[in-house]
Design a protein around this ligand. Structure first.
Ligand SMILES: [Cu+2]
Length: 148
């Protein structure tokens, strides 16, 4: 699924490059040739960044922790993915426990806590708040889905 999105991005970049070249040619036709190198230099590094992201296999998610939920509450990856969660607690101290992967982190208020692990087994795993945070604490949970 992510590979398909990656391919679409690459096609989009090729399309954009194609368009800018067309524009440059018409610009050159009316004598504005000084702009010609600049778009080319911009296009090349963008394409390299997309390839590098696909190769690292890191799936990065920004997660908000607040009374009494995680947003998003469902995180879906593929087995073997390196998962990086940037969890931002926006109100009080919460916790992030993903016991099946040996993770239990304190989430200090107003800070972003980075949680990293490799999704080395398939299945559906529950993560939950591990620091008591009020009446809705026991409902503050979500799901990690690891597909084959
Ligand atoms: Cu809690």
């Amino acid at each position: 699924m992510k590979k398909i999105i990656g391919l679409l991005i690459i096609f989009a970049l090729i399309f954009i490059v194609g368009c800018s070249h067309t524009n440059n040619e018409s610009d050159a036709g009316v004598g504005i040739s000084s702009e010609f190198p600049a778009p080319g230099f911009e296009d090349v590094p963008e394409a390299i960044v997309v390839d590098a992201d696909l190769e690292t296999g890191v799936k990065e998610f920004n997660v908000v922790a607040k009374k009494w939920e995680f947003q998003p509450s469902t995180i879906e990856v593929k087995r073997g993915d390196k998962v990086k969660l940037n969890i931002n607690s926006v109100d009080v101290t919460h916790g992030f426990s993903l016991a099946d992967f040996g993770i239990n982190e304190n989430l200090a208020p107003g800070k972003t806590t980075v949680v990293e692990f490799t999704a080395d087994k398939t299945g559906t795993f529950t993560f939950f708040c591990s620091v008591y945070c009020g009446s809705g604490h026991s409902d503050m949970k979500g799901m990690l889905i690891v597909n084959e």
